[in-house]
Design a protein around this ligand. Structure first.
Ligand SMILES: [Zn+2]
Length: 484
């Protein structure tokens, strides 16, 4: 009897331990946590240092966090580090060393909220992290770049090419934090342009990953192997949520970059790059994905679960490519002079920062056989002829409504002129010009994408600065244009 009881207890112990060690986190549960703990004061990706400072500093009141100012940026903005956890494994996470790559900073704010919660069904995850990890977070390494929403710092240096020279105070701060702490694991958090796709597919690389090389030979030592395995775990979760939308970054060694050098200095370094997702211009969905994969990875490091993964599975992740465009028009007929030919047209809309907003400037990226390119938006324009728009020259004195702008398009105008316009940017699907000669269009690579698509002499589509407007069913959203 006693023997049986012992066996039973052993059996229970075996299963309960086995369960605790082997169970992977359910991504739906992590999604729930993301919804619950999303920092509501940040709603778009152009937030500034001043917006996150209160969220960092208020953690001083929470004994679970230690908040420390590490130093200041070129322009005097404080860079903080938050510490959390009582465990042995040292993990460092830093975000936004490129000022306009803000997605993961939002996720870190959400993670701070999550770590402060309790009695919400997530305590086991939190406890595993708190008991096993010694965490250091450095959100927004480049606050001056964030202020201007640009990549580089106030010296116009790319911090990710300054890991060795350490010319920038921000680079010295990051290196100093690393040297003090000597993390075993590091998360290097960036954004990539939205035009990355998983190679040979139309799927955007919504998240790209990399365990950077530490030498030109791209060797795999124990340090890099740990990073490769953590990434395999992240990829497994992502494949369940966004199948096919993960890309692997090129692992060519960059001797000046932080990620590569962290790996070289002995920190198993994981690069996460947030890319594009259809209909998510402010990357609020990708913010959730970051929350989910970062927490998942922290949990798997805390429990050492990631050790189960195979290095080969990392190399199975498709490579990144950059074959996406905002708008792909297939089989457009171009007639000019006495020439006639049929091409695919790939159009991108580049974001440009304005004072308090941003606008886009479109251009034809390429034309011809673009079968290896893919559009976030695609139209088969078989049977359609590209035609030029007109500019309404008499100066207007009233702002147009969206409906009126579309009426102008239907009459063949792609631009309207004003002597004066009160705003610098607008959201109308028509070019607003202060002088007639600022209107640009064309049918060659690099041209601004302003034209109509006609069939049997009828205008069915307007392409206004790269935005597609279906004139028979005009629903226009998300247009961001400048006043010329
Ligand atoms: Zn970057």
């Amino acid at each position: 009897m006693k023997k049986q009881l012992t066996a039973l207890i052993l059996l229970i112990l075996f299963f309960s331990q086995g369960h605790a060690q082997d169970s992977k986190l359910d991504h739906r549960k992590l999604k729930e946590a993301s919804d619950k703990y999303k920092e509501s004061s940040i709603t778009h990706r152009r937030f500034k240092h001043i917006d996150i400072m209160p969220l960092v500093i208020k953690r001083r009141a929470n004994k679970d966090f230690q908040v420390e100012e590490l130093g200041k940026s070129v322009e005097g903005r404080e860079i903080y580090q938050l510490a959390y956890g009582n465990g042995q494994k040292r993990v460092m996470l830093w975000s936004q060393m490129h000022g306009n790559e803000s997605t993961a900073t939002m996720s870190l704010m959400d993670i701070f909220n999550f770590l402060e919660g309790k009695n919400d069904g997530f305590d086991a995850i939190r406890k595993a992290i708190e008991d096993n990890l010694d965490l250091r977070f450095i959100p927004m390494v480049n606050p001056d770049g964030a202020e201007a929403f640009k990549r580089r710092n106030a010296y116009d240096i790319d911090l990710n090419r300054d890991a060795i020279h350490l010319t920038s105070p921000e680079a010295r701060i990051l290196k100093g934090a690393r040297d003090n702490f000597e993390p075993e694991y590091g998360f290097n958090l960036h954004d990539q342009q939205i035009y990355y796709n998983a190679v040979n597919t139309a799927k955007p690389a919504t998240i790209s990953v990399l365990a950077p090389a530490f030498n030109f030979e791209k060797d795999i030592n124990e340090v890099r192997e740990r990073a490769l395995k953590v990434i395999v775990g992240m990829n497994e979760v992502l494949q369940e949520i966004i199948p096919g939308q993960v890309g692997k970054y090129d692992d060519g060694f960059e001797p000046r970059a932080f990620g590569d050098n962290f790996q070289k200095w002995g920190t198993s370094t994981i690069l996460i790059e947030s890319g594009g997702y259809p209909g998510d211009p402010d990357k609020q969905y990708i913010r959730e994905l970051n929350f989910i994969i970062i927490l998942n990875a922290l949990y798997e490091i805390a429990t050492q679960q990631y050790g189960q993964y195979a290095v080969e599975d990392y190399f199975e992740i498709p490579d990144n490519d950059t074959k996406l465009v905002d708008l792909m028009l297939r089989n457009v007929t171009i007639k000019r002079d006495d020439l006639e030919y049929k091409v695919d047209l790939g159009i991108r809309r580049r974001e440009v920062e304005a004072d308090s907003a941003y606008y886009t400037e479109s251009s034809i990226l390429d034309l011809g056989d673009l079968s290896v390119y893919y559009g976030y938006e695609e139209l088969d324009a078989e049977g359609y002829v590209m035609t030029e728009g007109k500019v309404w020259a008499p100066a207007m004195d009233m702002k147009l409504s969206q409906k009126e702008a579309i009426e102008m398009l239907k009459k063949g105008f792609l631009g309207v002129t004003y002597d004066f316009y009160p705003d610098k940017t607008h959201d109308l699907p028509i070019n607003i010009l202060l002088e007639n000669d600022e209107y640009k269009s064309g049918h060659t690579v690099g041209s601004t994408a302003n034209f109509f698509l006609e069939k049997n002499g009828e205008k069915h589509y307007a392409i206004v600065n790269g935005y597609l407007v279906d004139l028979r069913n005009p629903e226009v959203e998300g247009v961001r244009m400048r006043v010329y």
